[in-house]
Design a protein around this ligand. Structure first.
Ligand code: ADP
Ligand code: MG
Length: 240
C-alpha cells in the first residue's frame, strides 16, 4: 500500500519553561490509500495536534511529516498552502461552513482558491454534494440546513477535487447517533474509493468503521491494533 500520510519521529512542543507542553513525543504514524485509521485517546493526548501537523497547518518541533511522499518542511509557505488545498481535506466537529455562502459555494471555494474557474468549480462542487447525497440542497445556506446536512456539506468540501487525504476531528461530535453513523459511512466510502482517512473519535463504535485504531496517551502512541481491530475491542454489535 502507498502511504499517503507518514509521520516519523514527530514531536511537537508548545510553550517554554514551566509551561512547556509536549503535545506529541516521537510519534510514528501512517495512513495509506484506501485506509481509514481511527485515532483515539483521552482529552489532551495530542489527537488534534497530530491532525494539524498532518494537514500542514502546524509544523513539528522535530521529526518528518510527508504527504504523498513530499516532506512538508521542504516546501515554502505557498507550496505548502497549495498542497493543502489540492491534497488535504479537513472535517471538523463544528462544520466550519461560511454562513454567507450556499452549500455549493462553500464546497466550490477551495477549488476557486486553487484557480479553477467559477463554472468548473461549481460543477465539481455539485458532484461532491451528489456524492454525499445532498445535491438538492446546493443552493441552501448553512442556517437553512440541519446539523447532519451541514456536516455533509463539510465532507463534500473536504473531498472536492479528489483530495487524497481526509482528516476528520470528531466529525460526529455535534450530531445525533444515526446522523453520526451516516457521516462515518461517507468517510468509509471515500476511503474505499482510494483516499486515506484519519478519524479522531472517542467513540469505539465509530472507530469500528476504521481499518486500524491508534491510541494516544500523553503524546505517545501507546497501542495500535492490527487488522480487524475493533472487533476485539467491541465484541459483537460492531458497526460493520
Ligand atoms: P486532544 O485533541 O487529544 O484533546 P490536543 O492535540 O488538542 O489534544 O492537545 C495536546 C496537548 O497540547 C494538550 O496538553 C494541549 O493543552 C496542548 N496544546 C495544544 N495546542 C496548544 C497550543 N497552541 N499552545 C499550547 N498548548 C497546546
Ligand atoms: Mg482535540
Amino acid at each position: 500500500m502507498t502511504a499517503v500520510l507518514s509521520l516519523e519521529g514527530v514531536s511537537r512542543v508548545h510553550g517554554e519553561g514551566a509551561t512547556r507542553v509536549h503535545a506529541l513525543r516521537g510519534v510514528g504514524f501512517t495512513a495509506s490509500a484506501g485506509e481509514l485509521v481511527a485515532v483515539m485517546g483521552p482529552s489532551g493526548s495530542g489527537k488534534s495536534t497530530l491532525l494539524t501537523l498532518a494537514g500542514g497547518l502546524d509544523a513539528p518541533t522535530s521529526g518528518t511529516v510527508r504527504v504523498e511522499g513530499v516532506d512538508l518542511a521542504a516546501l515554502g509557505p505557498s507550496e505548502r498552502a497549495r498542497l493543502r488545498r489540492t491534497s488535504v481535506g479537513y472535517v471538523f466537529q463544528d462544520f466550519n461552513l461560511i454562513p454567507a455562502l450556499t452549500a455549493a459555494e462553500n464546497v466550490a471555494l477551495p477549488r476557486e482558491l486553487d484557480g479553477v474557474r467559477g463554472s468548473a468549480a461549481r460543477r465539481q462542487a455539485l458532484t461532491a454534494l451528489e456524492e454525499v447525497g445532498i445535491a438538492e440542497l446546493a443552493d441552501r445556506f448553512p442556517d437553512e440546513m440541519s446539523g447532519g446536512q451541514q456536516q455533509r456539506v463539510a465532507i463534500a468540501r473536504a473531498i472536492v477535487g479528489e483530495r487524497r487525504l481526509i482528516l476528520s476531528d470528531e466529525p460526529t461530535g455535534a450530531l445525533d447517533t444515526d446522523t453520526g453513523e451516516e457521516i462515518l459511512r461517507l468517510l468509509r466510502a471515500r476511503c474505499d474509493a482510494g483516499a486515506a482517512g484519519v478519524l479522531v473519535t472517542h467513540e469505539a463504535r465509530h472507530a469500528a468503521w476504521a481499518d486500524r485504531v491508534v491510541f494516544l496517551r500523553d503524546g505517545v502512541v501507546v497501542d495500535e491494533t492490527g487488522a480487524d481491530p475493533v472487533d476485539s475491542l467491541l465484541g459483537e454489535g460492531s458497526a460493520r
